[in-house]
Write a protein that binds this ligand. Sequence first.
Ligand code: SF4
Ligand code: SF4
Length: 330
Amino acid sequence: MVTGEIERQLEELLTESGVVAAGSGPIAALHFDAHQARLRIAAGEADSRHFTFRNPQRAATLQSTFPWSHGYVAVAVPYKTAREDETMVAGYAQHRSYAQLRAALAAAVATLRAAGYRATSLYDANQAFDKALARRAGVGFIGRHSLVMVPKVGARVVLGSIFTEDVLDVRIGRRFGSDPCRGCRRCVDACPTGAIRMPGTVIASRCIASILQQERWSVDDRRVVGTRVYGCDSCIDACPIGWRQRESTVSAPLARWLREGDRELLDEVGHWYIPRRDAFYVRRNVANALRNRGSLRPDERNALAQLCLANDQRLRQEGLRSLLGVRWDR
Ligand code: SF4
Ligand code: SF4
């Protein structure tokens, strides 16, 4: 198949798979992004045990991961967020948006392979800077909140890339004509922890999405995460770009998450990043969210009482802390 044909076929297939923006380019070392990551680790603003911060050099040099690859196609798949200031589970984790992204990437890789190209894909992986790849491919603009924004949808997108032997020319979606953040700081003002410092920089250790995954919490951490259980949408949701992508909230089944066994719980929320796949983190966050909400329904009260009898001492403490800290409604 000639290159132009496979490029148009990919554009069609990705659009049908729900991709709202895509761009492409040659594989080049992302030295600037690796340098920024190292600076942030040195300044104590990022956890070197997590994600691309674990090995910025590897994430910057995709040639060493895929020596046969010369080009890539970056894609963005949209999701919706809830119309609430403080959602318990962030939009990208609620809507299984990653399942749609995975399907789009798999379909594109299969199409390329069928046409005789060597190809593979990555998303949310330690080996690649998703945001940098998307920015360089022209998929979107990095907003003041440090996330990739796409016209009409804003930062309500999950990102991934397809790596190929050849440099292809693939383009989907519109591009911003000018800096969309000019004269705006809504995301900065909406951040509950002041984690957005410079344009395009978030202090990871102060970001609630990261605090919710940390093992140890200070009293302030317990308070500042509010009623969130996983992720934080506040900066994304404050952004006027993509407000139409908001919908009414589906309440999280908090009592059930406290009650059910580890296997069932991890089956349900296994697409979240959970340190060491330890269900404790989910239950601790639920118990803390209930305490911060300040009132309990009967099923939630019973589930917390059950938590006080758990084998894991950490869970017993969380259950007790939550029960003692809330007002008991009838
Ligand atoms: S995700 Fe939440 S805590 Fe993190 S920068 Fe955005 S608003 Fe702030
Ligand atoms: S809220 Fe304003 S400053 Fe923040 S990302 Fe959106 S447009 Fe940019």
